[in-house]
Design a protein around this ligand. Structure first.
Ligand SMILES: [Zn+2]
Length: 175
């Protein structure tokens, strides 16, 4: 019950430094003082603290340690997406700048090309699909206001893409 009360107080406060800002801040303090706030991720008690931008006292959803974890997890997810997109781009460059000209020039036979470029078409297709899947998951999280991407189940996305992993197996074995 108290949880709602303090949230309402926060919403009603414009945050602009008016003469009412002091008492309302005190009210907020009193409202949160009497309750046990638990971290959403680890159940540890969370202390109210000043917001980075607003400087206003607020109740963080997670403790500092978990906030850091969420941040690192988000960074990793972002990095995976960026890497996948870049990898797909590189594969397409290899195909368009090397494979195709060689194929068109007829310098090498089909089998020789296959021996050099292996299953590049398969890799391109899987990489594109995987990148799309990742981006979709992030878009959905963002639309839901999930800025930490906590709803992005990155492990599940990898598990759902076992076809892709097999394509890489083929690629690696033939190296
Ligand atoms: Zn925590």
């Amino acid at each position: 019950h108290l949880r709602t009360t303090s949230a309402e107080i926060e919403r009603n406060d414009s945050g602009v430094g008016t003469e009412t800002s002091k008492p309302s801040r005190l009210r907020r303090l009193m409202a949160v003082e009497n309750q046990e706030r638990q971290c959403a991720d680890c159940d540890q008690q969370v202390e109210p603290r000043e917001g980075k931008l607003s400087g206003m006292l607020c109740d963080p959803l997670v403790c500092r340690k978990c906030e850091r974890k969420r941040y690192e997890r988000k960074e990793l997810i972002t990095e995976i997406v960026v890497t996948e997109v870049k990898y797909g781009r590189d594969l397409n460059i290899v195909k368009e700048e090397f494979y195709r000209p060689m194929e068109v020039a007829g310098l090498l036979g089909k089998e020789q090309l296959r021996q050099i470029f292996l299953n590049i078409d398969e890799l391109i297709s899987f990489s594109a699909k995987f990148a799309e899947k990742l981006k979709d998951a992030i878009d959905i999280a963002r639309e839901q206001g999930d800025e930490d991407y906590t709803t992005v189940n990155i492990g599940k996305l990898f598990l759902e893409s076992t076809d892709m992993l097999h394509a890489f197996e083929t690629y690696c074995v033939q190296q």
